[in-house]
Structures are given as structure tokens and as C-alpha cells.
Design a protein around this ligand. Structure first.
Ligand SMILES: [Ca+2]
Length: 482
């Protein structure tokens, strides 16, 4: 009873905050902004941040793609906002996750986390997120939030880098880039943790993540919480044939081909897509569908706990789809690992009743870098001590105000991109294995990046090149950890 009463009081307080916020949409006076901040500070919402792994924008129903039904993801859009120009700061896992949680470009990370950490690489066992690189969980924890990570971490392998040392009260999941969905091992390495202990669980990873998230929500409904749910689906699995010897016993790093690399889903989920001829695509569709079911179960738990009015639900992907493993970023050019739109423009859906108008579509240019500052502001936190590349996009989401953004992407070598307004500079090899070339694309008239305007608008190209080079230079001069 007491917990129900507390939930009702929080709900009422939040509605008051929401009303103040709606009113502020019609009045831009500093006083009303301050009162929103104050109201939000006293009634911080819960935050459930869900993320898919390698889910392209071309495989989400509400983005206009019907092959794989995603009714639960679509429901977030129907009750909130669907963002059409939302980017990941990097087209692969680790740097994308660094940005999401810190609000910083991955180029700022102490260990220069610009590529996916690899569990078999001895050097990568010493690399990851370091103390002093503050993440959203730590910030929210300081504000009294309960925090949990259920799913994939990929910001450092093994015990030294576990999420429980970085502001998460609770962790269930894995640290490596890709695990077997049934054995929960990264290849031959056990990689399924509860807090700091390796555990054995039976079941399909996506289902285990949903089970745990539902229980955690039910057990933590009495105070504000931050629940980060990075699904490992629909990323390809990296398993190991149990009949084969563990290569660590022979002190050797196995060849890529020695792993069991395959898409994995329960048989009954695959059966729903038996009409898809391509076997990879069929299993991939089942993985996406199973993840959508998991999202549905999580949304239901929020609803049944009476928390829906006081909970920000966000769903995004860490990078674009991998066409080599069944994924699609259609209609955009390229996919995972590319700086074409298909690699970095990702699905992003958010729901916050009373703040985000239901069924809205936002063309605001934004990035995963913006999630931490936006959530921090909602929770009433001040600007952090560390540099932040993201911005609070609350005014755009809640009041429809356009925020001018320039977005920078760079892998630290010879590939990257720079977006300024409608224009995008892309530094990418046009043919795999060839040196990178620089092109200029007009996303307003040609979002598919089919025409290079570099020779048509040389002055514009020069302007973007200069800005891109300037940021590169600044980031390259930052001290690295080692
Ligand atoms: Ca990924």
C-alpha cells in the first residue's frame, strides 16, 4: 500500500511538472524555464534506455518497413516521438556506447575507444572506460536514482571494467562484443555476469534480458530509477564448438574462422518467418521480432507498475544494420562501419507522457551524444565537470524548438564525416580497401547520398573541410592514457 501511495504521489507531482512544461512551450521567459527546472528537479522521471545492437533504420516498422513487424517499438513512436535524423557518434559498438553514456565523442576517451574492443586481443583486455570518465549512471546515482544495466556492456572486458564499478548498482549481462545467445559465452570465454560474478543461466539472451528487466522494474518502483537495457540482438552471435579445445590452454589467439559465427533465435521465432527465403535474413527477422516482444514485456511491466506517466522510455540502435548478417539500413547508403547515413543514422524513439506529444515525428538533427545531457537536465542535474559534446535536446523534444547542431564523426584514421545543416562531408573509401575520398552531399535533396556535390559547390566543401579539420586537430591533440 505504502509503495502504491508513493507511486501515486510521484505521478501527481510529475503531472504538475508536465503542466508547467506545456505552459512553458508557449512562453519562453527565463522565469518559466527556471520553474520547469525546479519542478523537474523535485520529480525526476524514471529512465529506461533500451538499445539494439546493429539494428538498422530499415528494420523498424514505424520507419516504413513492413517485412519484420515491430508493434511494440511502433507503440513507443505512437505514444511519443519518432526521430528521423538521429545519429550515432560512431558506426560500431564500443565508441557508440562510450558516447551514449558520457555525452562525449569517443575521440576524447582516455583509451581512444574508436573501434570495437576485441576479447581475444590482449591489449584490448586493458582498455575500456576509466574512472574519471563519468557516465550517466553515476550522475543519476548521485541524484538518488537506483541504477541497473541489463544486457551488453562492451566498454571493457572482464572484472576490471565491470559496470558495477561505474555507477550501476546492478548488472546482469556480458562484457564482450558478441556472445552466443544460448551459452552466453564470448566464443570460448564465459561472459555472463551477475554484478561481478560469472554465472550460468539457461535460456535465450533476449528473453533473459526481458525477464530480468521486468523483475528489476517491479522491485525498484519506489524511487527514481535508471535502467539501461542494451540488447545484444540482433547482432550476430560469436560462439565456440564445445568439442574444440579452449585456445587459451594452448596460449594462442584463434583465427576468426574458428569461431561459430551465426545468427541465433528460438525455433518458434524463426518459424514465424519461414516465408523469408534467405536463411540469414529469416533468422535475423526472428531475432528482431523476439527483441520487439521483449520490449513489449518491458513496456507492460512499466504499465502494470503504474509508472508509465513518470517514465521516459527511449529506444535506439548503437549503429546501422549489418547487411552481411541480415540487417538493413534501407533506404540509406551503406551500413555498419560506414560513415554513410546507413552506418550512423539510427532509429530513435522516445516516450514521456505530458512532455513529448504522442505520435510526433521530429526531424531534429541529434545524436546519441545528446541522451546523457538531456536525461541529466530532466533529472535536475547541472552541467558536469567533464567536456560534453552532446546538448540537451529537451527544448526540441518537449517544446518543438529547433536546435542548430553540427555533428562530427571520425575513426581517428582516415574515415569520418561532418554534418552542418543540410550539408554533409563524407571521408570514406568509395571501394572497400581503397584510400578514402572526400565527398559533399546534400541531405535535404539527396538523403541517399547518391550525388557528390564537391565539384559543384567548392566553397561549401572548403568550409566544411576547414571545420572538420579543426575539430580533428583539437581532438588529436588531447592527451591519451598511454
Ligand atoms: Ca553494434
Amino acid at each position: 500500500m505504502a509503495s502504491e501511495r508513493r507511486t501515486i504521489i510521484r505521478t501527481l507531482l510529475f503531472f504538475v511538472a508536465a503542466l508547467l512544461s506545456v505552459e512553458a512551450g508557449f512562453s519562453a521567459s527565463p522565469q518559466s524555464s527556471a520553474s520547469i527546472g525546479k519542478a523537474r528537479a523535485t520529480t525526476p522521471p524514471n529512465v529506461i534506455l533500451m538499445m539494439a545492437d546493429d539494428l538498422g533504420i530499415g528494420d523498424v516498422g514505424c520507419y516504413g518497413h513492413s517485412e519484420i513487424p515491430t508493434p511494440h517499438l511502433d507503440s513507443i513512436a505512437a505514444q511519443g516521438v519518432r526521430m528521423t535524423q538521429f545519429y550515432s557518434s560512431a558506426p560500431v559498438c564500443t565508441p557508440s556506447r562510450f558516447s551514449l553514456l558520457t555525452g562525449m565523442l569517443p575521440n576524447r576517451s582516455r583509451d581512444r575507444l574508436l573501434d570495437a574492443l576485441y576479447y581475444a586481443d590482449e591489449n584490448d583486455l586493458k582498455r575500456g572506460l576509466h574512472h574519471g570518465e563519468e557516465i550517466l549512471a553515476q550522475r543519476l546515482k548521485s541524484k538518488g536514482y537506483a541504477t541497473a544495466l541489463i544486457g551488453k556492456w562492451h566498454l571493457g572486458h572482464g572484472k576490471a571494467f565491470l559496470p558495477i564499478y561505474h555507477g550501476f548498482d546492478y548488472f546482469l549481462g556480458h562484457t564482450g562484443g558478441a556472445i552466443d545467445f544460448w551459452t552466453h559465452r564470448w566464443g570460448y570465454i564465459p561472459d555472463w555476469y551477475r554484478n561481478d560474478e560469472l554465472i550460468e543461466q539457461k535460456g535465450y539472451t533476449t528473453d533473459l534480458i526481458a525477464d530480468e528487466a521486468v523483475s528489476w522494474i517491479q522491485a525498484n518502483s519506489r524511487k527514481p530509477f535508471f535502467l539501461y537495457i542494451p540488447f545484444n540482438a540482433p547482432h550476430v552471435a560469436r560462439g565456440w564448438d564445445p568439442k574444440k579445445k579452449d585456445p587459451r590452454l594452448e596460449s594462442r589467439v584463434p583465427d576468426e574462422r574458428e569461431f561459430v559465427t551465426e545468427l541465433q533465435a528460438p525455433e518458434e521465432a524463426i518459424a514465424k518467418f519461414r516465408w523469408i527465403k534467405d536463411p540469414k535474413r529469416r533468422v535475423y527477422a526472428a531475432m528482431v521480432s523476439r527483441m520487439d516482444d521483449a520490449v513489449g514485456r518491458i513496456l507492460q511491466a512499466v504499465q502494470q507498475s503504474g509508472l508509465a506517466p513518470v517514465t521516459l522510455i527511449a529506444f535506439l540502435s548503437d549503429n546501422g544494420g549489418d547487411p552481411g548478417w541480415g540487417g538493413s539500413s534501407k533506404p540509406f547508403r551503406g551500413g555498419k562501419t560506414h560513415y554513410w547515413e546507413g552506418g550512423i543514422r539510427v532509429p530513435c524513439l522516445m516516450r514521456l507522457p505530458g512532455h513529448i506529444p504522442a505520435g510526433s515525428i521530429s526531424h531534429q538533427v541529434a545524436a546519441n551524444l545528446d541522451i546523457a545531457p538531456t536525461v541529466a537536465t530532466l533529472a535536475g542535474l547541472s552541467v558536469p565537470a567533464q567536456p560534453v559534446d552532446g546538448v540537451d535536446i529537451g527544448p526540441s523534444l518537449f517544446q518543438g524548438r529547433w536546435i542548430e547542431r553540427e555533428l562530427f564523426f571520425w575513426n581517428g584514421k582516415t574515415a569520418g564525416a561532418f554534418r552542418s545543416g543540410r550539408w554533409k562531408l563524407v571521408e570514406m573509401p568509395l571501394v572497400a580497401g581503397q584510400p578514402a575520398e572526400t565527398g559533399l552531399y546534400d541531405l535535404e535533396t539527396d538523403a541517399l547520398e547518391s550525388r557528390d556535390f564537391a565539384s559543384v559547390y567548392p566553397a561549401r566543401l572548403k568550409e566544411l573541410q576547414a571545420k572538420y579539420a579543426q575539430v580533428k586537430q583539437k581532438l588529436a591533440s588531447l592527451p591519451a592514457a598511454r
